[in-house]
Ligand binder design. Structure first.
Ligand code: ADP
Length: 304
């Protein structure tokens, strides 16, 4: 299986004509409640592609935890290592989207953020027989660092999505433990100081990441495409032309596609192309994990 070590949230999404002013009450256009968190999103996107996957992390012990677990299990994500913390609330995000598609997001990490390096031993069983580990930064950096060490000790490749970049930057030792690092434009700028806008600037940023010990750097440039730099080659994959309606979780679906392709032994260039097709398809539908494509859809876009 692929092991995802990451966050589980419930997202409260509200669509409004305009954002409320302080002290103001507005009626919203519509609202939804659903599963979110980068860990859960990536796990569901992997499952949608037909690959066995387990999500390891924490929820609280509350109604939201039941909702999260049910949604994950319906999507065929193994939740055996998704633990309940009775002393914390399940992570939640409050997302407001206005008519222009601008958003305001407030996050209460809750149970996701309560366990540091000392809790790693509780997640380590998820690494048994794993072929690849996916991580993001919606849990404490010290925990992610320890889990990356545990994966390296077992020779399991680590794919790290440095999202969001922690206030103090990534822990220095984490770079060399990242077999694959997948920053988007903003994260690339935060990590390297370089604003990646095309292949040349993205590969410049990748060189900085290599110097810190990253093996393969994959720079996601949104609608501009994606650049990659690996020991066995570098290149650029232009974006697939799709009608984008909602770019939420494009990066999560991209990472899921990349993990699945690499897990079945694809070469890096082919894996990035497969991932880019997954990211593009995710933008054609609203929502996070529920926008993730299945293998047939990806194959159809790749053949088009
Ligand atoms: P994140 O969601 O982490 O910000 P990006 O927005 O960079 O990530 O999207 C990840 C990948 O998904 C991109 O590198 C690209 O391959 C694909 N993608 C994203 N937006 C589009 C789009 N509008 N059209 C085509 N492909 C897209």
């Amino acid at each position: 299986h692929i092991a995802v070590i990451g966050s589980t949230n419930i997202d409260f999404v509200v669509h409004v004509a305009r954002f409320a002013q302080p002290g103001e009450t507005l009626h919203v256009h519509s609202s939804t409640t659903g599963l979110g968190g980068k860990g859960a999103n990536q796990a569901i996107a992997v499952a949608r592609l037909g690959q066995e996957v387990a999500l390891a992390g924490w929820t609280g012990r509350d109604m939201l935890a039941d909702m999260a677990r049910t949604t994950l299990e319906q999507a065929r994500v193994n939740t055996r290592w998704l633990m309940e913390d009775p002393a914390a609330g399940t992570g939640r995000a409050f997302i407001t989207i206005d008519h222009a598609g601008e958003n305001q997001i407030l996050v209460d990490g809750g149970a996701n953020m309560r366990h540091g390096a000392e809790a790693a031993s509780r997640l380590v069983p998820a690494l048994d027989h794993a072929i690849l580990v996916m991580m993001q930064m919606e849990m404490p950096p010290a925990l992610m660092l320890e889990m990356a060490r545990q994966a390296r000790a077992r020779a399991i490749p680590v794919m790290l999505d440095p999202a969001p970049v922690p206030a103090g930057g990534l822990p220095e030792d984490l770079y060399a433990l990242a077999d694959i690092l997948t920053p988007n434009e903003r994260e690339t700028r935060d990590l390297t100081g370089i604003e990646p806008t095309d292949e040349t600037t993205a590969l410049q940023a990748a060189r900085i990441l290599h110097a810190r010990g990253v093996r393969t750097a994959i720079i996601k440039l949104g609608h501009r495409g994606v650049a990659y730099s690996a020991p066995d080659g570098q290149g650029f994959v232009p974006p697939f032309h799709v009608r984008a309606v909602d770019t939420v979780a494009a990066g999560d679906c991209f990472n899921a596609g990349l993990a699945c392709a690499l897990a079945r032994g694809a070469a890096i260039g082919e894996a990035v192309r497969f991932a880019a097709a997954c990211g593009a398809l995710a933008t054609t539908r609203p929502g996070a994990a529920q926008a993730a494509p299945d293998g047939k859809e990806v194959a159809a876009l790749l053949d088009r």
